[in-house]
Ligand binder design. Structure first.
Ligand code: ATP
Ligand code: MG
Length: 255
């Protein structure tokens, strides 16, 4: 026991899963990614109507909210996939939403990683091929790409599955391959949209534990979209999206 210790206690919430926030940043919050008053419509549907969110360096931020509230649209705007109709997106001191398509593609390829609900792997390729793919697309040599990809099989408990086509994998295995593929180029920000949405609870916990531990180990900032409070419990902080606007939950830091 630490009775008498001068070490200050951490602010880990008791509901947080074991190990989920052990290395949460304790330095003053440093914004790395921001949406400022973002509006985005699809036809007559106003998906975002003034969403403002700040993501701090190294944190795991959960974006929560009911179905249709605008969570995925916000993630796509933060990641430079969608251009907002109004408002601004900033990443690391650069305004992203005014960049051209080629620059935004380059930014996503070099600095961001993505995991979606359904892995979106190439089913005909093996697990290892899928993990190496982003490196090959970034023009890395085959030898170097496979050397960098291979350790991720073990890190994500896929050692037995490296040569299997991903079309033959279970849902949990496929999501772990998707996570490895998203992390293999060491992105600054990992965007995960319902990464456990198609998995049972136990398999989802395994994927979340691996997602959190690899992000912590790599110092990766995570933007995690979920409507599941058990998944959001892995995050350092939550914002709730309702009717296209982002709200900070009581007790959490500045949004
Ligand atoms: N590509 C699109 N075309 C047309 N409408 C869209 C498109 N994407 C989102 N919308 C609409 O925008 C609104 C917000 O959608 P969004 O996908 O951001 O919600 P969400 O919070 O992620 O929901 P869910 O939890 O169901 O994934 C919804 O009304 C949705 O129907
Ligand atoms: Mg969604």
């Amino acid at each position: 026991m630490s009775t008498g210790s001068t070490r200050s206690t951490s602010s880990i919430r008791s509901t947080r899963p074991a190990g989920a926030a052990e290395s949460a940043p304790d330095t003053p919050a440093a914004p790395v990614l921001q949406a400022r008053d973002v509006h985005r419509a699809f036809g007559t549907t106003q998906a975002l109507r003034g969403a403002t969110v700040t993501v701090n360096r190294g944190e795991i931020l959960a974006i929560m909210g009911p179905s249709g509230s605008g969570k995925s649209t916000l993630l796509h705007c933060l990641a430079g996939i969608y251009k907002p109709d109004k408002g601004e997106i900033w990443f690391d001191g650069t305004r992203v939403d005014t960049l051209g398509e080629a620059k935004r593609t380059e930014l996503r390829r070099d600095s961001f990683g993505f995991v979606f609900q359904f892995g979106q792997l190439v089913p005909e390729l093996t697990a290892l091929d899928n993990i190496a793919l982003p490196l090959l697309l970034a023009k890395m040599s085959r030898k170097q790409a496979y050397a960098q990809a291979a350790p991720w099989l073990e890190r994500l408990e896929l050692s037995e599955r490296g040569t299997h086509r991903t079309g033959e994998l279970s849902g949990g295995q496929a999501q772990r391959v998707a996570l490895a593929r998203a992390m293999v180029h060491r992105p600054r920000v990992l965007f995960a949209d319902e990464p456990t949405g198609s998995l049972d609870t136990l398999t989802g916990e395994n994927v979340m534990n691996l997602l959190v531990s690899t992000a912590r180990a790599e110092g990766t900032t995570v933007v995690l979209v979920t409507h599941d409070a058990r998944v959001a419990a892995y995050a350092d902080r939550e914002v709730v999206v309702r009717d296209g606007r982002a709200l900070t939950t009581p007790g959490s830091a500045v949004a």
